[in-house]
Design a protein around this ligand. Structure first.
Ligand code: ZN
Length: 467
């Protein structure tokens, strides 16, 4: 599972474009590594980035796309069928998002010219260091450089290609952010995160799936109560279920009309606590207490029927993973998939089944399992990148070096937020080296050492590079 376990990857950068630069975006200019030399597998590299510094993700998109509803994209996946299919569906998704804002949330969607959607690459392989331009899969920001502010929704191409985002719902989610940001400007940044995210999740219908996903997160396996830690305080991805459940509470108690009333009052500039009191009849302390009770009960109500069994499987398959656990894990995983075929956790279970099979030396069966897990189709089980990594190791063990390199390459190229990103980058380069593809290997390993100099594999990489 990715360490940052990002399922909802929407963040709102509320700074104007002139002031904002993604802090961890590498600042150095591209060096001599060319994308061709490192053999990026998923489509041609971003040629426009080879000679110039890339703009930050919230910069205005290329001319011509701002008012057309069709995004322009010239990144490294521009020939990838998965990305092309997604691009084709974007105008319809935007139109559905506008309808949902009206029908579900009761607010006017932004005017077409006020919102721009751009698809871009998170990773730029022409840079010396391979650092994603943002940790988010999608983001919405406000561009104040023109006469009137525009909301810029940025979709990172990698996650579309990897199939780990439901683009339709994510575009709706971001359009809710865009509508509020355009109307409230800086005032939107001052709203508590639970309101910003909760309203977007509620409108996009993402809440129940988000609850089920985080209930299966390893941090919540022992105590699901960690997900309900109060609407106040620091905010992270694991808070999204509780954010949604606050609005689920409003709907359960007062009806969806109360949520719409709350949204309308916010957009009218009413302070959020006053808007909440008017829409729900409860002051903030009473609301907080009641929402918490609702959320705790909702966890049980929304949990996948197989969650208790899945928890046992996830614990059996967790690291460290002694061989004695392989057979019981295989049995439990197969029983789960037989009895919970439609479960949210079926693909996660298949990952653990693959792990058990690999430990038992049943490499071909393990490979089939990992290949299935890696092919997400709009849902994120949290193990797609791990499955590609496991596939790389299986190929390597069987001396299928080009295949190993291709699997590690996909783990890097399609999962910039993966928990094993650094290791996969090194393993990709080392697999290329063993495959005799020296020039490509050098390119990847140089990038690995430049990006992650402290990694345990850096020494081996430097040996190959003759440093
Ligand atoms: Zn969001």
């Amino acid at each position: 599972m990715p360490s940052n376990c990002a399922l909802v990857l929407a963040s709102l950068a509320l700074l104007c474009a002139l002031a904002a630069r993604v802090p961890d975006a590498p600042a150095e200019p591209p060096d001599t590594i060319t994308p061709d030399a490192i053999g990026v597998p998923a489509g041609p590299p971003n040629s426009s980035a080879e000679t110039s510094e890339e703009p930050p993700p919230h910069s205005p998109p290329p001319a011509g796309s701002a008012s057309s509803n069709v995004p322009s994209y010239d990144g490294r996946f521009r020939s990838d069928a998965r990305l092309l299919a997604a691009l084709k569906g974007i105008p319809a998704a935007r139109s559905r998002a506008d309808s949902a804002l009206r029908d579900r949330l009761g607010i006017q969607p932004p005017a077409p010219d006020d919102t721009v959607l751009q698809v871009r690459d998170a990773l730029n392989f022409s840079r010396r260091r391979l650092v994603p331009v943002t940790g988010d899969r999608l983001a919405t920001s406000l561009d104040c450089t023109a006469n009137r502010p525009r909301a810029v929704i940025t979709v990172m191409a990698e996650y579309v290609v990897a199939g780990v985002v439901d683009l339709d719902r994510e575009i709706l989610h971001e359009t809710v952010h865009a509508a509020f940001a355009l109307r409230l400007g800086d005032g939107f940044a001052r709203l508590p995160p639970w309101i910003r995210e909760g309203l977007a999740l509620w409108t996009a219908g993402q809440g129940p799936e988000r609850v089920r996903y985080y209930l299966a997160h390893r941090d919540a396996l022992d105590d699901p109560g960690v997900l309900i830690n109060g609407l106040d305080g620091p905010h992270g991805l694991r808070d999204y279920p509780e954010d949604f459940l606050a609005f689920d509470y409003v709907e359960a108690r007062r009806g969806a009309e109360a949520v719409r009333r709350f949204a309308a009052l916010l957009l009218d500039g009413r302070p959020w606590s006053a808007a909440l009191a008017e829409a729900t009849g409860e002051d903030w302390p009473a609301f907080q207490a009641a929402a918490r009770v609702h959320a705790r009960a909702a966890l049980d109500r929304l949990a996948d029927p197989g969650l208790a069994d899945y928890r046992r499987i996830a614990k059996l398959g967790d690291e460290p993973f002694p061989i004695e656990r392989a057979q019981p894990l295989l049995g439990a995983a197969r029983a789960f998939r037989a009895s919970h075929a439609g479960s949210t956790h079926a693909r996660g279970t298949l990952f653990f089944e693959g792990k058990a099979l690999r430990a038992l030396g049943r490499a071909d069966e393990a490979r089939t399992a990992f290949e299935t897990v890696a092919e997400a189709a709009g849902t994120d089980c949290g193990f797609e990148d791990d499955a590609l990594f496991q596939l790389g190791e299986l190929h390597e063990a069987a001396a299928r070096r080009p295949e190993a390199a291709a699997s590690f390459a996909r783990a890097v190229s399609e999962h910039p937020d993966g928990g094993r990103f650094a290791t996969a980058l090194y393993r990709w380069g080392l697999a290329l080296h063993r495959a005799g593809r020296t020039a490509e290997a050098r390119g990847v390993l140089q990038q690995a050492v430049a990006t992650f100099p402290q990694d345990p594999l850096a020494r081996e990489a430097c040996g190959v590079l003759g440093k």
